[in-house]
Ligand binder design. Structure first.
Ligand code: SAM
Length: 663
């Protein structure tokens, strides 16, 4: 006596002579994988097809196939299913209410496995269509059986049924079904006892095609107290295009069908049909081919908003691949976490990971970086250097992190390292500059000085986009000089801008006319970054000044050799304006020259001006010649004394200006 099979599949067919052979082949032992022919049986119930299903079809298939013919049959397949179940010998019984569906090759293997996981397991597959659109819509665009035959042949599905995903579309019952409630399963496997507890399918569903009997059955299983939904990840049944009642209908007919079916449902159940969410998260088993995975990822990331909560949570940040952080312990940590996440967003995982580890080491618990770290750490499990193209950014990120932590030495090292991979990184230069001269930046200083000095008039050489020009306030009369000014900041006081070089400006004596015989209060030199030009600008401005005037020079504290080069090679560039300070000290000991250590490149203030002095003009050629070849190394490490640096501190600077009676 042969032992009964463990698994039975009941398949109902009705007038699907074209589709049934494919369906049944997909259930044969030749096609199904990891399950032996003797482990399952297929019970085909021909529900009164006009032309009876040809029994020789089954004879040609590998496996245990049985045919039950019901004739005469009812229009609904409900009774046929129950008859099939009654004939089934397996411990696990699957029902396929629509025999027009091709199964994937692991369906029976995983169904058997899934049914064994729980006493009340409901093993469901998702429903798909053959074709790239919902079939009702596809038909409107010319999809038909011939097109379907071509499609099926194109993927050679009989050799690898998983390729059906490449030519398939999820059907309406299963949209995003991995993560959202599905309304039915077209291959539903339950243990025999569960079928008994349900009393089979409900034969009161009498409409042709069964109306909502499949949906009703699925819902009733999920309602069982211990029901556990098991979703087969990468298995499915693919519906072939035929003129079945529900699936073969045009979109507009579907609406009418739905109305009829749901009315029958309400009449039987006493309430309207609704999809049911399983009480607990489903169990997933199976394999996922790439084509199926792509759809699953879409369903997770961009879910159809049909149901309550998106699978990855309402706060999931697609760019970060995690939920948004709730709270941070302090402002510094928050800024560091921001940095690690920004690197992640930009796809620079090494940098993100390095910063995340830095944070984690400093704040081991509750820093808010945990999710990022866990996400990114495995991407660089091996201690590899980041790719060459990312090294500059890598060191830059680390440098910024150390800087935010107030760790000057590693921050400096990393900025320097970044510059070895890319010598023109403004952020690295800026970082180094602020590490070297922390505190208020030059614009803050200019505003502070203008506020304290309340100048009657001012000339700014080098306007650019007007960031510094815009700091002047009424009643100051302002003159800007720049051949290439494009002012973007709003100006708030009377301002005259001359679109020419400072040399042209002084030659034309334009300032004299505007000043009307009064001396200039403030001169600000921020034009061409060459010391000889800055010196010329100084000479031109001093001639307009009075003894209570001030001239300010920008870019007088060079950061390093490359950024002070006379030929500009970096965005961050001070040029060699520092030499002007040395010349002023050398040739004009009568002046008070001091340099505020403000980032990025210092501000030199000159007081005690003498408009009558001709020293610089007379000795200009000689002065420029002595300084031209002066190497950067001659001030490197000695800037304090050589540039008369004063701390980035208003009290000290104010005292100095008060001494001159300027404030
Ligand atoms: C560093 S930007 C000035 C920035 C501006 N002062 C600020 O703080 O926002 C230098 C400007 O000097 C201008 N410049 C260059 N050579 C000049 C010259 N000979 N006379 C006047 N302006 C000049 C450039 O066109 C450029 O816009």
């Amino acid at each position: 006596m042969t032992r009964p099979p463990f698994l039975s599949v009941v398949v109902v067919v009705y007038n699907i002579a074209r589709e049934a052979p494919r369906t049944l082949y997909s259930l044969s032992a030749e096609y199904q994988r990891h399950i032996a022919a003797e482990d399952y049986e297929v019970i085909v119930v021909d529900n009164g097809s006009d032309v009876p299903l040809d029994p020789s079809l089954l004879a040609g298939l590998t496996g245990n196939f049985r045919l039950i013919r019901i004739d005469p049959a009812r229009p609904s397949p409900a009774q046929a299913i129950n008859q099939g179940i009654a004939a089934a010998r397996g411990e696990v019984i699957g029902m396929m209410i629509d025999g027009a569906r091709i199964a994937t090759p692991g369906l029976l293997h995983f169904a058997r496995h899934g049914a064994g996981l729980y006493d009340t397991a409901a093993v469901a597959t998702l429903g798909w269509y053959v074709g790239h659109d919902l079939q009702g819509w596809g038909a409107l665009a010319g999809y038909d059986q011939a097109r379907e035959d071509e499609l099926l042949a194109s993927v050679d599905w009989t050799r690898d049924g998983y390729r059906l995903f490449e030519i398939g579309t999820m059907d309406e019952s299963s949209v995003d079904g991995w993560f959202q409630a599905i309304s039915e399963s077209n291959a539903l496997f339950l243990r025999r006892e569960v079928w008994e507890a349900l009393g089979g399918v409900d034969e009161r569903f009498e409409l042709p095609g069964g109306g909502l009997v499949d949906l009703d059955t699925f819902r009733r299983v999920l309602e069982l107290p211990d029901a556990e939904l098991v979703i087969l990840l990468g298995e499915a049944t693919f519906h072939q295009w035929h003129s079945g009642t529900a699936t073969g209908a045009r979109p507009d007919q579907r609406r009418a069908n739905w109305y009829r079916s749901s009315s029958e449902y309400s009449a039987i159940r006493g309430y309207a049909y609704e999809r049911m969410w399983p009480r607990r998260a489903p169990t997933y088993i199976g394999t996922l081919t790439q084509a199926a995975l792509a759809r699953m990822v879409r369903a997770a990331m961009k879910p159809v908003h049909r149901h309550a909560v998106p699978p990855l949570g309402a706060d999931f940040d697609e760019e970060l691949w995690m939920t948004r952080p709730a709270r941070f312990p302090d402002e510094t940590t928050a800024r560091l976490v921001d940095l690690a996440r920004a690197e992640f967003r930009n796809g620079r995982f090494e940098a993100s990971c390095a910063v995340a580890r830095l944070i984690h080491a400093r704040v081991p618990h509750g820093s808010g970086i945990e999710a990022t770290l866990a996400l990114v750490a495995p991407t660089i499990a091996l201690p590899e250097d980041p790719p060459e193209s990312e090294r500059a950014d890598y060191h830059l990120a680390l440098a910024e992190a150390h800087q935010r932590l107030g760790e000057v030495e590693p921050a400096t090292m990393n900025y320097r390292a970044a510059l070895t991979f890319n010598s023109d990184l403004p952020l690295a230069h800026l970082g180094l500059a602020t590490l070297r001269m922390p505190g208020d930046g030059y614009l803050v200083w200019l505003e502070r000085l203008y506020r304290a000095l309340v100048p009657e008039s001012a000339i700014e050489i080098g306007v650019f986009q007007g960031a510094s020009l815009a700091l002047f306030r009424p009643p100051t009369l302002v003159i800007g000089v720049d051949p290439n000014a494009t002012v973007l900041s709003p100006l708030s006081t009377e301002t005259h801008i001359f679109a020419e070089t400072s040399d042209q400006f002084f030659e034309q004596h334009r300032a004299e006319r505007l000043l009307g015989g009064r001396s200039l209060s403030i001169g600000f030199i921020d034009g061409l970054h060459l010391f000889e030009q800055a010196l010329k600008d100084f000479i031109g401005l001093e001639a307009l000044c009075g003894d209570r005037s001030v001239i300010i020079l920008h870019d007088t504290v060079p950061l390093d050799k490359p950024t002070q080069a006379r030929t500009r090679e970096t965005v961050f560039h001070s040029g060699d304006v520092w030499k002007t300070v040395l010349l002023l000290k050398q040739y004009r000991p009568d002046l008070d020259v001091f340099t505020i250590a403000t980032p990025p490149t210092g501000l030199t203030v000159v007081a005690g001006l003498d408009p009558a002095s001709r020293v610089l003009a007379a000795r200009y050629g000689e002065a420029v010649a002595t300084m031209l070849e002066m190497p950067f190394e001659s001030i490197e490490g000695r800037m304090d004394t050589m540039l008369n640096l004063v701390p980035n501190d208003w009290t000290a600077v104010r005292a100095r200006l008060e001494k001159h009676g300027i404030i």
